[in-house]
Design a protein around this ligand. Structure first.
Ligand code: PDD
Length: 283
């Protein structure tokens, strides 16, 4: 089905959108992005997504082409112009078009592109297989950069190994998935790696940490070793496009006593309740 996208001030059918080949996004992967989930026509956690985008732009020195109100308006208009109510909005800003030169020009006009993808109809969440990989990425994984070659290679290798997602380790410590954050349950405690340059500060991750704060299931944000992951009772991955997904096998070996485990079942209910409250409160 054709969707309406946005490119540099214009709404148009996706297949008609064009960018020049000298766009630095195409030449260097010089750009950043966001993926914002929308339920029943309402963006979920819009403010944290827009703050992360502002941080990515700030960190890369790409000019923010819009103010927060204009970002919200663009997202709401894009939702209105498309026929779905459950979707994700993809935003991409590149440094813009310039003669090829690694040094970023001072006065580049950023390229702003946005599109939507419908979310497949909600069915029972299926547990997934994951494959472990070395994390060979850089030290600024906190920037949501469009240059995703290591993530693409890891995820592709995972799929080739019959898995759904890659789970990555740097110096024997868990980092994250190729396009998700990771939670484990070890000795009854829910843990996830702390914020650092080695992971993307996932909005779903942060939302889950917030939703569980002050409860008996409060999350510990601490380094997690490979040995702890390999013997964890439960593992989940989180992302804006799929919320919380339980992991059934790790490198072909079953995780704990089977997925979804009891902690996952409890936590996913709390997350869902938190989400519905927030959506109801958003206008
Ligand atoms: N990816 N880590 C990485 C490397 C990611 O690419 C993503 C999300 C996450 C989860 O972040 P969030 O909860 O904010 O979606 C963690 C998006 C969905 C993507 O690239 O399509």
């Amino acid at each position: 089905m054709s969707t309406i996208c946005y490119l540099n001030g214009e709404f148009l059918p996706l297949e008609e959108a064009r960018v020049p080949v000298l766009d630095r996004g195409f030449i260097f992967g010089d750009g950043v992005y966001e993926v914002i989930p929308v339920f029943g026509g309402r963006p979920f956690r819009l403010a944290p997504h827009l703050s992360r985008l502002a941080r990515s732009l700030e960190a890369t020195g790409i000019r923010d082409p819009l103010n927060p109100e204009a970002w919200s308006k663009l997202i709401m208009t894009l939702i209105e112009r498309n026929p779905f109510r459950d979707l994700s909005v993809y935003l991409q800003i590149t440094r813009g078009v310039a003669p090829r030169n690694h040094a970023a020009p001072k006065d580049c006009q950023p390229t702003l592109f946005a599109m939507v993808s419908p979310t497949p109809a909600q069915t029972e969440v299926q547990p997934v297989a994951v494959a472990t990989m070395a994390d060979v990425r850089w030290q600024r994984c906190d920037i949501k950069a469009i240059a995703l070659l290591p993530n693409v290679m890891a995820r592709t290798a995972a799929v080739a190994a019959g898995a759904y997602e890659a789970v990555m380790f740097r110096d024997d410590l868990l980092t994250e998935g190729a396009s998700s954050n990771v939670f484990v349950v070890v000795d009854g405690v829910i843990r996830t790696p702390p914020h650092s340059g080695h992971i993307l500060p996932g909005i779903t991750r942060d939302t889950l940490v917030e939703a569980l704060a002050g409860t008996a299931d409060a999350v510990q944000e601490t380094p997690i070793t490979r040995a702890e992951v390999m013997t964890a009772d439960e593992i989940w991955i989180t992302s804006s496009t799929r919320d919380l997904v339980p992991v059934e096998t790790l490198d072909g070996q079953p995780v704990g006593q089977g997925a979804p485990g009891p902690v996952y079942r409890r936590v996913v209910q709390r997350y869902e309740a938190f989400k519905q409250r927030e959506l109801a409160a958003s206008t």
